[in-house]
Design a protein around this ligand. Structure first.
Ligand code: NAP
Length: 490
């Protein structure tokens, strides 16, 4: 019998008794139950989907105190952050409920028949969408609510008409199980099948890989490391029938700060950036891991200001002892790869101190190792000679969730080139503020080219996330009764 253990994030001590990991047979059962639930859920009305999503949001809020206490023990993220994240998760569930009610999943393109022969003439056609089927959903450690059991992937999949089987994250097992208990009560109260939302627990290939391989699973939705995402994407592709795999992965989120702006606002920007680098102990996929500066006295002064501001930050404990070790190893790796530390204090066993270092653009471009995400409060200043070399740095990064561009408020040749270079590699380009903090909105794009995402033309946050779980189908010369369903699948 295999077991999995919850851990107190602050002490590293076991939390509660070991939990029995699910067997391959239990994983299969969860996938089969989701497939059974799919028949009814794919044909459900928008109002019914909305009722479930709102019920889930209400259940989360009603159990807030217990949930936040448990989440804090397992993640050390603190009650303020965790309450805010629970609010965001409930907001997200209700936003997808509203979209379900508005019939977003049932939107159609009506293309009436045109008389005559081809190419002008054609039959009556309606392009609509159908839900993909049961989704295997992998939670991330650093968002125990918003990218976990009832997070954005689950909300958007349910709104699209897809059941979900969650692979619980070992970093917050007890919380996942408690949330799953709430889900089961809501499903029962609405007379919905228990298999509509399943949960499996256990490490690596026994559980996660088995789930991805199950023939009933129609898509994977993953938030986590680039390494884990790459492994599971390979599993999705190696199936006899490959399936879409939506992986939201790690990112280094370059910040470009131009000297003219730094000359006037350097101190304020340094304080803001230091807060962003150490926010949540740097455990954000949007954490600014690279700061590109053009050689200039204003940039030199900014580095001083940033170093001072960052030295004053006191990050809290990391999510797991393993992450704490991985952070130290990542910093060591950067130093071995030739960066010059500006700020390097060890911190204590759980909570690291922020790390800041600098390197020349030529060296950064030459060393692949320097472009890997170091998960935690670490950032690297890259010194460029010119705008042209700044663009080379962006090209070397290749793919990122975000690029932040400070100082491009006036249209010039350089500003156009930088905006073009930023848009070429990022899912979101910011002109003010910092990349940490991802709004749940209609205009959001959370996902950029590899290695930040496996499907850069989709988003895992915001309204467009629903599109990932819907597949277009053209109905040609359909009978009246099919059209009368107005986009709702049979
Ligand atoms: P992780 O270690 O990759 O784990 C994510 C999930 O995938 C866990 O459920 C994990 O299972 C499972 N998993 C990982 N590798 C697997 C494999 N080879 N086979 C089967 N299952 C596997 O990531 P994490 O530590 O939770 O999260 C931190 C990372 O997520 C950072 O890199 C961060 O940047 C990224 N992130 C990205 C976004 C985004 O939106 N792009 C958002 C948040 C975080 P176990 O539970 O067994 O470990």
């Amino acid at each position: 019998m295999k077991t999995v253990q919850s851990t107190n994030a602050r002490t590293g001590e076991p939390l509660g008794a070991p939990l029995v990991a699910h067997t391959p047979e239990q994983v299969d059962k969860a996938a089969e139950a989701a497939a059974l639930a799919f028949a009814g859920w794919q044909a459900s009305a928008g109002g019914q989907r909305a009722q479930l999503l709102r019920g889930l949001a209400d259940a989360l809020e009603a159990d807030r105190e217990e949930l936040v206490t448990l989440a804090d023990l397992e993640t050390a993220l603190g009650p303020v952050r965790l309450n805010g994240e629970l609010d965001r998760t409930a907001f997200q569930l209700r936003r997808f409920a509203d979209m379900a009610e508005r019939g977003v999943a049932f939107e159609r393109t009506d293309d009436p028949a045109v008389a005559g022969g081809p190419p002008v003439g054609h039959p009556a056609m309606v392009r609509q969408r159908v839900p993909l089927g049961p989704v295997a959903m992998f939670s991330a450690s650093n968002f125990p609510f918003a990218f976990s059991v009832l997070g954005g992937d689950t909300a958007s999949a349910l709104a699209a008409g897809c059941p979900v089987v969650v692979k619980a994250h070992t970093g917050h097992l007890l919380l996942s199980i408690r949330v799953f208990g709430l889900i089961q009560k809501v499903l029962a109260s609405l007379n919905l099948p228990a298999g509509l939302i399943g949960l499996v627990q256990g490490g690596g290939s026994d559980v996660g890989v088995r789930l991805m391989q199950h023939e009933s699973i129609a898509a994977g939705a993953f938030t986590g490391s680039t390494r884990g995402g790459a492994a599971l994407q390979a599993v999705a592709n190696a199936r006899p029938r490959p399936i879409p795999f939506y992986g939201e992965l790690g990112s280094i989120n370059p910040v470009i700060a131009l000297p003219a702006l730094l000359a006037s606002k350097g101190a304020d920007l340094a304080a803001t950036l230091a807060g962003s680098i150490s926010l949540g102990c740097g455990q954000f996929c949007t954490s600014p891991g690279v700061i590109v500066l053009i050689k200039d006295p204003a940039s030199n002064a900014f580095v001083q200001q940033l170093t001072t501001a960052l030295a004053a930050q006191k990050p809290h404990a990391m999510l797991t002892p393993g992450m704490r070790q991985a952070f130290d190893a990542g910093v060591e790796h950067m130093v071995t790869a030739g960066v010059k530390p500006l700020l390097q204090e060890v911190g204590n066993a759980e909570a690291p101190r922020p790390f800041l270092a600098q390197v020349d653009a030529v060296h950064f471009i030459a060393k692949t190792a320097l472009r890997e995400e170091v998960f935690g409060p670490a950032s690297l200043i890259v010194w460029a000679d010119s705008v042209a070399q700044t663009l080379e740095v962006l090209q070397a990064v290749g793919g990122s969730l975000t690029v932040t561009l400070w100082g491009a408020d006036t249209e010039t040749d350089d500003a156009r080139a930088l905006v073009r270079g930023a848009m070429a590699i990022a899912g979101r380009v910011l002109f003010t503020g910092v990349p940490t903090g991802v709004a749940v909105s209609a205009g959001q794009q959370h996902g950029g080219p590899w290695p930040s995402s496996t499907q850069p033309m989709t988003t895992s946050v915001g309204d467009a996330a629903i599109d990932r779980f819907l597949r277009p189908v053209c109905l040609q010369d359909a009978p009246a009764w099919v059209l009368a369903r107005q986009g709702r699948p049979c």
